[in-house]
Design a protein around this ligand. Structure first.
Ligand code: UDP
Ligand code: MN
Length: 448
């Protein structure tokens, strides 16, 4: 009996020890888990700030210049209603991470304002015909800062003669930010009757988003704008009047600068669009003879290339010359592709000094792998379609492109044949002789 009792005691103490050990392990795990939870929740504004600045540093690692500029130009404090300096700094950095601009000055400036008239005085005296073609303004956006977006819309409404404004077509390229969803729908009520909102069901990239907008347009002329622009006084009439005279002329306004830090609107000099053999876009000086005519400094300027998404084109002509290459993805290269196509296929591209549109040059992060791949592929599609033997010049500067795949371009080659487009040699001789070819020169030298 004693033996049985002692065995029972030993067993029960063993069970107790095991249960105790289990409770101990559970307790440790619980405490640990809770510790992790408290760390994950940003307990103070400071931890949020640190977190955000780490994030931006991580993203901008390969873009030190940009980060340096943000650091240098970061204001010490903002007059915030709650006087919270740290809060303003974190918002400032968050603004650049999400939108590429200073959201605090953008919010302070608001959704409507008057900008300085930056045109040459001679432009103000110009008279345009009353019966110009009508315009569909196409604005695509992806995760745009809402005040900048509304300034674009209000400036168009306020500074375009209503009889020339067929419609504004706003294309949401699947934005993710909350204020661009139901809140935007609600706030767009002000534009009822003049605005069409198209929401893309997937991220198309700006090239296909613009095609989507164009497919819904009914105006005579398509005017493309970015979603962070402010048009200036009398911006539309010069664009429409040139197209009214010749539907194969594509026109760009002068792009004024809206400072991404201060939102200050500043005039730009009259320059023309150019590019180098690495296909990098740049602004180039205008030859004085371009302004020698009777129109002087208000003369249209022949431009070898357009900067990006701010231009006007006859709607039917846009269709006729093959719109955009719909197989280009996301962003980049489409501006050069359409510029070459316009010139080489019988049109011309002009910058009109009397039309001015302000644009925020956002400090967006353009060095993520998906985007880099899309840009390279887009460039390759245009190189193989339009550059003929001069593609070697590009490969010389960007050897990595030589072996990359770029999809099927047979439709674009077919288009080039159908339109009877001229060669790249013709473009170099006639439109852009300043782009000197080293391969060509080398060939010439080896001949002699
Ligand atoms: N955009 C878009 N989808 C994209 C990328 C850009 O709709 O995938 C829009 C963007 O919101 C802007 C316009 O296309 O309104 C041009 O883009 P961005 O301003 O980045 O070009 P940049 O001015 O740098 O040439
Ligand atoms: Mn832009």
């Amino acid at each position: 009996m004693r033996k049985i009792i002692s065995q029972c005691l030993i067993r029960s103490s063993l069970i107790l020890e095991i249960v105790g050990a289990l409770i101990f392990i559970y307790f440790c795990h619980y405490v640990n888990n809770n510790k992790q939870k408290t760390i994950q929740i940003p307990t103070s504004v400071w931890s949020l700030r640190k977190n955000v600045s780490q994030q931006i540093r991580y993203h901008l690692r390969q873009n030190d210049e940009m980060l340096e500029e943000i650091e240098i130009r970061k204001p010490r404090s903002f007059p915030m209603p709650n006087g919270s300096h740290m809060h303003s700094e974190s918002e400032f950095i968050l603004g650049f991470t999400n939108y590429g601009l200073n959201i605090m000055t953008s919010r302070n400036v608001g959704i409507k304002r008057e900008v300085p008239d930056t045109r040459n005085k001679m432009c103000r005296r110009k008279v345009y015909p009353a019966n110009l073609p009508s315009a569909s303004i196409i604005i695509c956006f992806h995760n745009e800062e809402i005040n900048a977006l509304f300034r674009t819309l209000y400036s168009v409404i306020n500074l375009s003669p209503s009889h020339l404004l067929e419609e504004i077509i706003l294309v949401d390229d699947m934005s993710e930010f909350d204020d661009l969803k139901e809140e935007l729908d609600r706030r767009l009520e002000d534009f009822r009757g003049v605005l069409k909102l198209i929401r893309s069901k997937r991220r198309e990239g700006l090239i296909r988003a613009r095609l989507l907008g164009a497919a819904h347009a009914s105006g005579d002329v398509l005017v493309f704008l970015d979603s962070h622009c402010e048009v200036n006084r009398g911006w539309l009439e010069p664009l429409l009047s040139v197209i009214a005279k010749d539907s194969s002329t594509v026109v760009c306004p002068v792009i004024d600068v809206i400072d991404e830090f201060t939102m200050e609107y500043k005039p730009s000099p009259i320059v023309r669009g150019a590019f180098d053999w690495a296909l990098k876009f740049k602004w180039d000086k205008v030859f004085s003879y371009e302004m020698d005519g009777p129109e002087g400094p208000t003369s249209p300027i022949r431009s070898p290339a357009m900067a990006g998404g701010i231009f006007a084109i006859d709607r039917r002509y846009f269709k006729k010359i093959g719109q955009y290459d719909k197989d280009m993805n996301l962003w980049g290269g489409e501006n050069l592709e359409i510029s070459l196509r316009i010139w080489m296929c019988g049109g011309q591209l002009l910058i009109l000094p009397c039309s001015r549109v302000g644009h925020i040059n956002r400090k967006t992060i353009k060095n993520n792998m998906t985007l880099i791949q899309a840009i390279s592929r887009n460039y390759l599609r245009l190189v193989h379609t339009w550059l003929d033997e001069y593609k070697e010049e590009v490969f010389l500067r960007r050897p990595g492109l030589r072996t990359m795949s770029f999809g099927n371009i047979s439709e674009r080659i077919e288009l080039k044949k159908r339109l009877g487009c001229k060669s790249f040699q013709w473009y170099l001789d006639t439109v852009f002789p300043e782009l000197e070819a080293s391969v060509g020169k080398m060939k010439e030298k080896s001949f002699h």
